[in-house]
Design a protein around this ligand. Sequence first.
Ligand code: ADP
Ligand code: MG
Length: 342
Amino acid sequence: MEEKRTEIASLGEFGLIDHLTRENETKNASTLLSIGDDAAVIDTFGKQMVISTDMLVEGVHFDLMYMPLKHLGYKAVIVNLSDIYAMNAEPTQITLSIAISNRFSVEALDEFYEGVNLACERYGVDLIGGDTTSSQKGLVISITAIGEVEENKFVTRSGAKEGDLICVTGDLGASYMGLLLLEREKKIYLENPGVQPDLENQKYVLERFMKPEAGKNMVHWMKENNLMPTSMIDISDGLSSEILHICKQSELGCVIYEDKLPIHEETKLNAQKFGIASTTAALNGGEDYELLFTISPTEFEKVKDCELLNIIGHMTNSSEGRKFLTNSNVKIDISAQGWKHI
Ligand code: ADP
Ligand code: MG
């Protein structure tokens, strides 16, 4: 059966915006004015506002051959919310701008917005505006996320102190394994379109790549348990790259222990199949969207039974360098080999 294809031109720009945002409803009291005017209006109720923006370009940041549009929409929102949580803030609004070519139908954009709306729903965020324009070829997505935080409760990358414990949420390296699997299947498909993809028993790593989640649970837990990290960052380019940011901006060294790295069984299994060390995936794989943060050692009692995090090392004097202690007790320098798009 042929799928229905509605040309964007049949709706026109304004018709398209109306169509894509037809089910948009405001969830936050701070959203005073949303889509439909020259600008949106936000009430901060005396809180401080954090803002972060990201651009995703087809062929550079995502590949539509294996990334369904609904997942892309979901993930595009999540990566932005992740930055807001990394400031210890609560995301409240996003704006979403897209550049599209006539290669995309209205139905395709509907799928993309389904993912966007689902993420907004789950994280209690309002879509309050954006821009729609045309592109020659690829899809470009730009999202700005806005969040709120109580006065001076935001957490930067620069506040870590010597002796602080280094914590990480969830597990690392799974998303990278998911990407490797999808890249492999794409190659096989391009060489022989008849072959059905073999994606059995890889559910977890694929989901971590296709449908990551942002650090909401950790940030809420910290608030409930009155825990203020001394520094925080989200892991988008790999643990190595992110801990180096904290070290640099806090002017400190660190030690991270290989045997403390949280790595999912499925990540280990797949790493083995690809002939790479799962530690490498955990250190240098990307797109985990977990939170990496430091806490004062006096907070140890508070976190020791928290299932959301693992303690993987501690901060040292800058003269001690940025070190990784392997399982065979060898100390090596941490270097950023994070997978950088640019
Ligand atoms: P302007 O000409 O003032 O830029 P637009 O016609 O671009 O206004 O947008 C009209 C309204 O629709 C604005 O509130 C804008 O923020 C919103 N909007 C435009 N494109 C999108 C989009 N892709 N997703 C969500 N809201 C959008
Ligand atoms: Mg506009």
